[in-house]
Design a protein. Structure first.
Length: 387
């Protein structure tokens, strides 16, 4: 079975990933579940090796032979692009393909909150998109870059590993740099980007201390910096960034992060009620004065979920559970799935049944709260939320 035939079947089946391994039928992940391609033959090890090497240039082949793994991009004209991870297992080559559509999806297509449009138009600061592997972080960032491209005249520089979505220049100039081809490391590319007159810098992933430190500095010096982290929610994101630095440096980093943070978007993909794909449950944290205080003060960081829950109407924030409630009331997901995904299942069940709970303020009474009572500057809804 030819590689392009396998990938064509996967794209037409609306899969997200393709797994090719010696002695196994090609397997496609569809709506989060792994399914072998029906009637496909088991793949011989030598055929897989030839498939892998046919996609690699000489530099990638040398890298694979030295390190036994390599990341690359592959495209089939008229079908799709793919992010490929080739690696060695039990002495044979295996590959995983992430399917990337040619077009960049819009926020409405992705069913994302309107507040992301507001965040995308920020002129400076730090925006992070977080979630587990396969939760759609790259797609959300691509949609944000595309929104900037359609609405602002900016110089946008992206650093990716590898380049996934391809952007055409519209109102903005977009330069996409790929690790291993256009630059060696995220840290090097980010430092170099600061000398390239950027308005917006996208860093594919904040992997190490050097990259995080440079990203914070870039956000602090008047640029909009966007990146991803493999964290589950906003509070964990803050703790993860702080914990990368040595203890003697963490107080300064808390201050720096609280000053530059504009928003944290955390997402999980939830199966749709109609069985046709998945929809994102999205937690959104905006850098309000109360949130900044929670980041700056170590003892108050645990209050971030409460600050998010109470900032829905005034700031456009929402917790995962509030997002799940919205999806459930819109009949996009089932009650059982909402309960399974909920951060606080007991509170969620009580809310559904209409019974007050100890945290009911986070659900119903938050819209009646005056932000000034919480020590926050009251910000107009038309700036930070859609009401």
């Amino acid at each position: 079975m030819e590689l392009n035939d396998i990938l064509t079947i996967a794209v037409k089946a609306k899969g997200s990933d393709v797994h090719i391994k010696a002695g196994l039928q090609p397997v496609v992940r569809i709506d989060g579940r792994l399914r072998p391609i029906p009637n496909a033959p088991r793949m011989p090890a030598e055929a897989i090796r030839q498939m892998a090497y046919s996609m690699m240039n000489e530099k990638q082949k040398a890298h694979f032979e030295e390190f036994f793994e390599v990341d690359l991009a592959y495209g089939i004209p008229g079908l799709s692009r793919f992010r490929v991870s080739a690696y060695s297992q039990r002495g044979s080559v295996a590959m995983v393909f992430r399917i990337i559509a040619f077009g960049v999806p819009s926020f409405s297509t992705l069913n994302m909150p309107k507040i992301l449009e507001k965040l995308s138009l920020e002129e400076r600061g730090l925006i992070l998109v977080t979630g587990t592997t396969g939760s759609g972080k790259s797609t959300t960032l691509a949609a944000m870059i595309d929104f900037i491209n359609e609405n602002r005249t900016c110089n946008v520089i992206t650093v990716e590993d590898p380049v996934e979505y391809l952007h055409k220049d519209k109102k903005s100039i977009i330069s996409q740099r790929e690790i291993g081809f256009d630059t060696l490391t995220f840290g090097n590319a980010l430092k170099s980007a600061l000398r390239q007159d950027p308005d917006v810098i996208l860093v594919g992933e904040m992997r190490d201390l050097e990259t995080i430190e440079t990203a914070l500095t870039a956000a602090e010096t008047g640029h909009l910096v966007m990146s991803t982290l493999h964290t589950l929610d906003a509070a964990e994101t803050v703790n993860r960034i702080i914990s990368v630095f040595p203890p003697f440096h963490q107080r300064q980093i808390r201050m720096q992060l609280s000053n530059v943070i504009k928003g944290v978007i955390s997402q999980r993909l939830v199966p749709r009620a109609d069985g046709k794909g998945r929809v994102p449950a999205v937690e959104v944290m905006i850098g309000t004065s109360r949130v900044k205080e929670c980041i700056d003060d170590k003892e108050k960081t645990k209050q971030i979920p409460e600050a998010i829950a109470q900032g829905v109407t005034s700031y456009g924030m929402q917790t995962f559970d509030q997002s799940l409630m919205s999806l459930y009331t819109s009949k996009l997901i089932t009650y059982e799935e909402a309960l399974r995904q909920a951060t606080n299942p007991d509170d969620f069940a009580l809310k559904i049944s209409g019974i007050s709970s100890t945290s009911n303020l986070s659900w119903e009474q938050f819209e009646h709260q005056d932000p000034e009572e919480n020590g926050e500057e009251k910000i107009p809804v038309d700036k930070f939320g859609n009401g």
